[in-house]
Design a protein around this ligand. Structure first.
Ligand code: PLP
Length: 230
């Protein structure tokens, strides 16, 4: 099941990459394993998955030592008091949305003598329910990053609204890409626009066609999640 799903996702990523003038190697697939146990995660890793994404810091902490070597990504909302669970385990935090969180990551990273790569999560649709910062608040955060030594800003992340209308999400994804290019051209200290993390099971092809180079795909690989087991 996972094998077939993964092959299908791979095919779609390749097609979307080619459609946008790139190749499969230009796109990083993050397999989102939230709610799934170590056995399923290890199966995916044996099938070639290199990068896994979790949305809860506790799940990273609890599953980390039971899973084969892989690159872990924290993709969900992160409270400052939970940074300590993930600081020495993940390679990239996708969900930085405040100066306070950035400062706590800096503090924990310094304590562990490491440098943490992060993405800034942007609420591009302006939906009240969505996490991430507003476009207007972005500059303060980018300027703040210039003062830090143990945090490096490597790009942007967004979660598009759930919708049946993919046209509006094309708009949001295009706006993200524009922002990504804008920021790169402005050359902020300690800010490098390398990764544009957008696209999930329902919209990763659209996101890639709009310029995403990191997609976070869960249910299309692992099937529907069963939250009642947790
Ligand atoms: C769960 C999750 C995903 C993956 O969602 P699917 O629709 O299952 O692909 C991607 N990004 C974030 C932040 C998530 O929490």
């Amino acid at each position: 099941m996972i094998r077939e799903n993964l092959e299908e996702v791979e095919r779609k990523i390749t097609a979307a990459a080619i459609k946008s003038g790139r190749s499969r190697e230009d796109i990083k697939l993050i397999a989102v394993t939230k709610t799934h146990g170590a056995d399923i995660m290890n199966e995916a890793i044996r099938l070639g998955v290199t990068d896994i994404g979790e949305n809860k810091p506790q799940e990273v902490r609890d599953k980390f030592e039971h899973v084969l070597p892989a690159k872990w990504h924290l993709i969900g909302h992160l409270q400052t008091n939970k940074v300590k669970y993930v600081i020495d385990k993940v390679c990239l935090i996708h969900s930085v949305d405040s100066i306070k969180l950035m400062d706590e990551i800096e503090r924990q990273a310094q304590k562990h003598n490491l440098v943490m790569d992060v993405l800034i999560q942007v609420n591009i649709s302006g939906e009240e329910t969505k996490s991430g910062i507003k476009k207007e608040e972005l500059e303060d955060l980018l300027l703040h990053a210039g003062k830090l030594e143990h945090v490096k800003v490597k790009g942007l992340m967004t979660i598009a609204p759930k919708t049946d209308n993919s046209v509006t999400n094309i708009l949001h994804f295009d706006n993200m890409r524009r922002l990504f290019i804008d920021i790169q051209q402005k050359k902020y200290d300690n800010v490098n626009m390398v990764y544009l993390s957008m696209g999930m099971s329902g919209d990763f092809e659209t996101a890639i066609e709009c310029g995403a180079n990191m997609v976070r795909v869960g249910s299309a690989i692992f099937g529907e999640r069963n939250y009642s087991q947790k």
